[in-house]
Design a protein. Structure first.
Length: 782
């Protein structure tokens, strides 16, 4: 039992360390990774930085070569790529030509970008080349179409190179006039510091450059500067706190396991007190006795460690099987059980052996020789000396498990609140198709719009389809946009771009709001008449109406935004719809505007098709695929459901809640096992006492209450201590909770109602055995 108990603690801790090590601690797999930094824009008036920058700012930073050896910009995501008469959605990045130089990449075939490759060349990964061309070598020189351009593949990089993660295609982007714009934060940037340049010096130089640009471009760069951060820190920043909290939680599990084993060791030590007394009488020193017992503890810990590593391996494999969709962590490919993890496990074995073995060893070494040698057996020699220590260990287990169960309870109730919020749209019975059609000229884009209208008509005719609509920027999905907007009558020159009112931007077709279940509050929906060349129109959300028209009817007013050239024209508001939580259930229902998909043809080639179904949505994937392939085999497709999209948007809180519940359940189980073991030992030690009480007339119920009273006292002390610790520890969770305070009384009450009865139940069986003792038999044995 001791080995299994400790193995569970070591296994859980080692598994969690494997994740922490792979995600947070290991160096990145790039050459000179310690010199690679991510650049951010810092808004000095708000004290907030975003990991993006404008094209104009990027070019000015790139021009300063004193600090950085190389610097590159990139943007992109999962997009449709056409190659070899087929199409697929892949992770693709449009990068500056120095991108691969920052990471010290080396191609397996071909070459990397050079200065003349802008708008011409592409680099692909080995998996992409194998899928589409049969080999990496065969991919060199092949054409690849992304967005409105055709690129030639000039290099193939190994599968181990991924930046950003899940990227398989990199194309050299152009330096076009739009990149000089200084208000749209469309680009991310990475750089490699020059040899010997410290990051503090780089940040000082960026601050100086920021001040110079603020003076040169006060309209766009006022209150704006730039910062550099090690790339590894930038990548793991969103999950750092979560992983450290979970590591702390599993550390408590290990402490509970050690306390549990320490109690078992104390019981075993009591049984060996006569043996140790004989050794001492024969000349063994106290240190020799302690050393022997610690060595035995170490052997037990090493055995538990071997089993723990097996448990950790199983847990890690199960985690990785879910992949990045189910586990919202970066750098999952670096999560492996290697020599670092094994050293950590060995260290845990040594630490835990001391943790659970030291106190019992010193207890045994302090036994009074004459008392021990007088005993016919071991009973009673250590009972008084170790009873207090056993009680302390039991209280510590109960308190620690209470803290973990409180944390898990808070996260669980927060997650239930999160997934129960009103989203503003329906998620059930909704199939979503991402479609990307090749287009280059305006005529191509107009034809794509016509193709989509015909596609929607054919999908509507499928059995089980209730309605269909196209969009760009589905809630919780990709390809949405946001930014500032201007109302008719305002002089845009009077407004700093950062001070304009903000809104989410989406495109949608006729019937979109009814298909999504978004209520039309006032005005009208889009119609087929709202097409390219007609008067620009827009529909706004109630939040935007309250934000900009608190005392007026917004219908008929005009506004413009910076989504694209078409949206820079004055658009007339024709409708108001209900609010939607655009990014995730955790986001606020912020101001939003919807523009007709057909009036923005340059966006229409990358559309999300919302299909409201009367059957299981996934049953329609095959027939929809067949329709698209018949109409245009060069259209890239991927399918999901709206339920899945919303579920994916809360993957991070679900991940930490699941692990927290797992650790809390394990901790409570170990604590219950510990209480049971201690109470069993105590009742055996007190058998004579119970026999005398029974002989003097005590009823079985009285003995039962006596034992349970002792257990209840320990449980009460443990729970009270746990409450105090939980109140302090739960503050760490404050930023992870949604719609819940870290001192939520209902959660504390529910946990109290679970933990206290569980502890008492653990003591019930030993108490029942004590109440049934036969006085005659017990006293004869004594």
């Amino acid at each position: 039992m001791a080995i299994v108990t400790l193995a569970l603690g070591i296994g859980a801790t080692t598994a969690m360390f494997t994740v922490v090590d792979g995600v947070l601690l290991k160096p990145l797999r790039y050459r000179d990774a310690d010199r690679i930094v991510a650049l951010s824009t810092l808004f000095t008036n708000r004290g907030r930085a975003i990991p993006r920058m404008t094209g104009g700012d990027y070019l000015d930073i790139r021009a300063d070569r004193n600090t950085f050896e190389s610097i590159a910009s990139y943007y992109g995501g999962e997009v449709g790529v056409q190659v070899a008469n087929r199409a697929e959605f892949v992770g693709a990045m449009l990068t500056s030509t120095e991108f691969m130089n920052v990471f010290g990449g080396a191609p397996l075939y071909g070459r990397l970008f050079d200065a003349d490759d802008a708008q011409r060349s592409a680099i692909v990964s080995v998996p992409f080349a194998l899928r589409n061309f049969g080999s990496g070598e065969s991919a060199i020189g092949q054409p690849l179409q992304l967005e409105d351009r055709t690129y030639t593949i000039v290099g193939v990089v190994p599968a181990s190179f991924q930046f950003p993660e899940r990227t398989e295609v990199w194309v050299a982007s152009a330096r076009n006039p739009e990149i000089l714009e200084r208000t749209a934060y469309n680009y991310k940037a990475v750089a490699k510091l020059r040899e010997g340049v410290r990051i503090e010096a780089a940040n000082a130089r960026l601050a100086t450059l920021g001040a110079q640009l603020a003076a040169a471009y006060p309209n766009s760069n006022k209150n704006k500067s730039f910062t550099a951060k090690p790339l590894r820190e930038q990548l793991v920043a969103p999950v750092r706190t979560t992983l450290f909290v979970l590591m702390g939680a599993v550390g408590l599990v290990l402490l509970i396991a050690c306390a549990n084993v320490a109690n078992l060791t104390l019981a075993r030590a009591a049984a060996r007190s006569r043996e140790m007394a004989v050794r001492a009488a024969l000349g063994a020193t106290r240190w020799q006795i302690v050393r022997q017992l610690l060595a035995e503890s170490l052997v037990l810990a090493l055995a538990a460690g071997v089993l723990g590593v097996v448990i950790a391996s199983i847990c890690t494999d199960a985690l990785l099987l879910r992949g990045s969709d189910g586990v919202p962590l970066p750098r999952l490919t670096d999560v492996t059980i290697d020599w670092r993890v094994l050293l950590f496990a060995i260290g845990l074995c040594f630490v835990s052996s001391v943790g659970f073995g030291l106190a019992p060893a010193f207890q045994v070494s302090r036994v009074n020789l004459s008392d021990a040698l007088k005993q016919a057996g071991a009973r009673g020699v250590l009972s008084g000396q170790s009873g207090s220590l056993r009680s302390v260990l039991v209280v510590a287990q109960i308190a620690s498990s209470f803290v973990l169960v409180i944390g898990a309870g808070l996260l669980f109730r927060s997650f239930l609140t999160l997934v129960s919020v009103q989203l503003g749209f329906r998620t059930d019975a909704m199939l979503v198709m991402y479609a990307h059609a090749p287009a280059r000229t305006l005529d191509d884009y107009v034809r794509v719009t016509q193709f989509e209208n015909e596609l929607f008509q054919r999908i509507r005719q499928l059995p089980g389809v209730a309605s269909v609509a196209g969009a760009m920027g589905l809630p919780t999905g990709q390809y949405g946009s946001n930014g500032g907007y201007v109302l008719d009558g305002q002089d845009t020159m009077q407004h700093h771009p950062q001070e304009l009112p903000q809104a989410d931007f989406s495109l949608s077709g006729p019937g979109y709001f009814s298909t999504m279940g978004i209520p039309l509050v006032r005005g009208r929906d889009f119609t087929d008449a709202d097409r390219h060349g007609s008067d620009p129109v827009v529909i706004i959300s109630e939040a935007l109406a309250r934000q900009s028209f608190p005392n007026d009817d917004p219908i008929g007013h005009r506004l413009q935004c910076g989504l694209d050239a078409e949206s820079m024209k004055w658009m007339t508001i024709v409708g108001v719809v209900g609010n939607v939580r655009q990014d995730s259930p955790a986001s606020d229902a912020s101001a939003a505007m919807y523009m007709p998909l057909a009036q923005h043809p340059y966006r229409a080639n990358e559309v999300q098709v919302a299909i409201r179904t009367q059957v299981d949505p996934r049953l329609l994937i095959a027939p929809v695929q067949q329709i698209v392939r018949e109409m245009n085999p060069e259209v890239a497709m991927k399918f999901t459901t709206m339920d899945t999209m919303v579920s994916d948007s809360v993957a991070a809180p679900r991940f930490r809640t699941t692990l927290a519940i797992s650790f809390a359940a394990l901790a409570l189980l170990l604590a219950i096992m510990g209480v049971y073991a201690v109470m069993s030992y105590v009742t055996v030690q007190r058998t004579g006492e119970f026999a005398i009480r029974a002989a003097l007339g005590a009823s079985p119920g009285a003995i039962l209450r006596l034992v349970l009273r002792g257990a209840a006292r320990l449980a009460a002390i443990g729970v009270v201590t746990g409450v105090a610790l939980a109140v302090a520890a739960s503050r760490v969770l404050a930023n992870m909770l949604f719609g819940l305070k870290s001192t939520d009384t209902l959660t504390y009450a529910l946990v109290f109602a679970v933990v206290l009865p569980a502890v008492l139940l653990a003591a019930l069986l030993p108490a029942l055995r004590a109440s049934r003792v036969d006085p005659l038999v017990a006293l004869r044995n004594e």
